[in-house]
Design a protein around this ligand. Structure first.
Ligand code: ADP
Length: 341
């Protein structure tokens, strides 16, 4: 008996990628069968492990999904809380603005009347009392001079208080988004001319100069608010310089990207601002001046002017900037996106 097994008739004699058993001995076949069985067992084991891994993976996915759900719920709750807080803040802001408006009104009315009366008293004393005090009445003359001086202080402080009340209301309104902006296409040269015209009274023995381009300097802006910025910058330039002209100029500037800007600056040759103060002066109520002795004749400011100016320029998508050197002077400038003229 032969120990080779012939393939039954009709079965294809497979070759190539299929194993050829046609001439295999019985032992060979058994060995191969044994091997195949072992491989099968290993495969089953592997499948079991894979299925275990799969279960583990499912578990991990389920836990992750649960976590994600929990986080999403948490986020949803937080969003609701944030929205509630935002609405509350908005409401508080509205209340603050309306409170400030009515308080401002209540303060402004009596203040205006007090300042008016102080002015009247001063005028009466000058016109109707002074001429009747004989020159030899030294004591009465001295008392009158002192009273007049005191009334000047009352008026200056009244002006300062009025400025403070107006500025506080202004900044509160801007911050609360309660300002109605009147944005139009305008020629910045007209705003500069108006600001200079309005400020000329501050300059007695020196000049407030303008350097304007011959072509229109067109921008989009609220002319009243831009005028407010310029009047404020010019008033500061005058207040913080005792000599030298103040120059108000407009120039064009292009970015490397090609975007054109219209810039406006107010330059003085006054006391200047120390480098470490140059950012802080834009903060509300910050005043860099240590000693007011040189400026006693002028109403002290509120420290709100530049903060308001910066808010206004920010709204116009510009930036209010400063170049200054202590003892040499200051130059405040802002640039706005230029429009075709
Ligand atoms: P105010 O003038 O009412 O004090 P501002 O916000 O306008 O308030 O200015 C803040 C401070 O910045 C001023 O108190 C002053 O110290 C400084 N400052 C502003 N402008 C000038 C200037 N042109 N030269 C020197 N210091 C200035």
């Amino acid at each position: 008996m032969s120990d080779t097994i012939a393939m039954p008739d009709g079965m294809p004699d497979k070759s190539g990628d299929m194993a050829d058993f046609s001439h295999a001995s019985r032992d060979e076949l058994l060995a191969r069968l044994e091997l195949a069985l072992q491989e099968n067992v290993a495969l089953e084991k592997h499948i079991k492990e894979l299925s275990q891994d799969n279960n583990d993976l499912h578990l991990v996915i389920e836990t992750t999904v649960q976590h994600a759900d929990a986080i999403s719920n948490q986020l949803h709750k937080q969003n609701l809380e944030l929205e509630r807080a935002r609405l509350e803040a908005e409401r508080a802001n509205e209340l603050k603005t309306s409170f400030l408006s009515s308080v401002t009104h209540e303060l402004r009315t009596p203040l205006t009347s007090m300042m008016g009366f102080a002015k009247l008293i001063q005028r009466d004393l000058e016109r109707n009392i002074r001429p009747h005090i004989p020159p030899d009445q030294k004591k009465a003359q001295a008392v009158l001079a002192r009273v007049l001086e005191d009334i000047s202080v009352v008026r200056l402080e009244g002006q300062r208080l009025m400025g403070l009340v107006n500025d506080v209301l202004d900044i509160a309104k801007i911050e609360a988004g309660a300002v109605t902006w009147d944005m139009n296409t305008l020629d910045l040269r007209h705003v500069v001319k108006q600001a200079v015209q309005r400020s000329l009274g501050l300059f007695e023995d020196r000049q407030l100069k303008m350097e304007l381009p011959e072509t229109p300097a067109m921008v989009t802006g609220d002319d009243d608010r831009l005028l407010q910025v310029l009047v404020n910058l010019i008033a500061n330039a005058e207040k913080f310089s005792e000599q030298g002209d103040v120059i108000c100029r407009i120039y064009q500037k292009s970015e490397p990207t090609g975007n054109p800007w219209v810039c406006c600056e107010v330059e003085d040759f006054g006391i200047g601002i120390a480098p470490e103060q140059q950012e802080a002066i834009f903060d509300k109520f910050h005043q860099a001046r240590v000693s007011a002795s040189d400026y006693t004749a002028k109403p002290a400011g509120t420290g709100l002017g530049l903060a308001i100016c910066r808010e206004i320029i920010d709204y116009h998508r510009g930036r209010l900037e400063l170049r200054s050197a202590l003892g040499e002077g200051s130059c405040f400038s802002f640039c706005l996106p230029a429009l075709d003229s």
